[in-house]
Write a new protein. Sequence first.
Length: 384
Amino acid sequence: MFETCTQVNLQRGFGGGEVYTAAFTRALHASGVPTRLFIDALAKSWGVVSMPQARIEPLGRIEQLIERLRGEPPRWLAFHTFAPAPVIEALRAQGHWLTAFAHMPLYGRDPRPLQPFDLVFAVSRHVIASLHAAGIERVYPQPLYGSADLTRAGAGAAGLHARSRYDWDSRKLRDRLLGALQALSQPLRQAFVPSPPFKRRLGLTLGIVSRLTPIKQFPLQFSYLSPVLARHAAVNLEIFGSGGYASIRDLERALAPIHDRVRFWGHQSDVGKVYRSIDYLLTGLPEQEALGLNVIEAQACGTPVLAPDAPPFDETVLDGATGLRYRDPREDGGVDFERTLRRVLEGGFRFDTVAARGHLAQFSDTAFAQRVRALLAYLAAVAP
């Protein structure tokens, strides 16, 4: 059994990977393994997740990790964000045992960042299959999945109000300039046009609750779904999440046929309130999605999910009980999505709370802690 785990997550933004890191830290703590977590010095969102057991240290650059660990006894390192191969080799030369989380499937991605690690953990069977297909052999054989965590700092302090739909990337000059302009103009806008609170509209409410990143493929998805939704005037789309300039621009173009029934609300802290404010969660396209913590969280709130019938959603959505899976619209132009939408509009689906209880048990904190204990036993047997 390892006495401690040194985790590395240098993501500056906040998303599922950061929620997962916090959940993994809590599960390790439940097994008596404390965490030392290295984060990016410019990251600002770690305070919104519950992780009181972790010792958190900022890094300016990943290369600084070599000096931070120099002279220390060999450690178990778990990377949530990757490091260049020279950094990995330098850490290995110090005697550390190096593992990494695959938070994304490798389909269409370069496998080389994962190749130097001693062992790779995956969050779903879908990701495990992608690792094997890419030739990654040192893979923990069981998916770790995750758990539904609806607690965020500041949640419940206020209602749902419109916030910026943009995530400005400080590494890009354009985003720095646009972000500065938005920051300067925001007080003036608030003075004359206060941010409106969320209020449901009449009809069926579909919701996106996600960072609006390229891996979700929302612009491509809505190039097929928007014409379908345009034929059903009773359907509204509420988008809770933010994204980069290009992602927002492309999504707005794809949503043009239904622009008058779409509202952007930006990132919200009280995700539980968000899920309970919509009728159905709408996922993105499947193959670049690893697990979908938002899918698990929505179902935990009793909110059903509409998702393409493909991995990983066949692992997370119990079709006909906690949601409905439809044929990928790239295969049929959205025909099956429209059939599913008509079923929903006609009242032909009800969330099955009894079936959901058994399905969601595998994504509970207790089940996640059990999987982490099994992982620790495995590591004790294979680690040097």
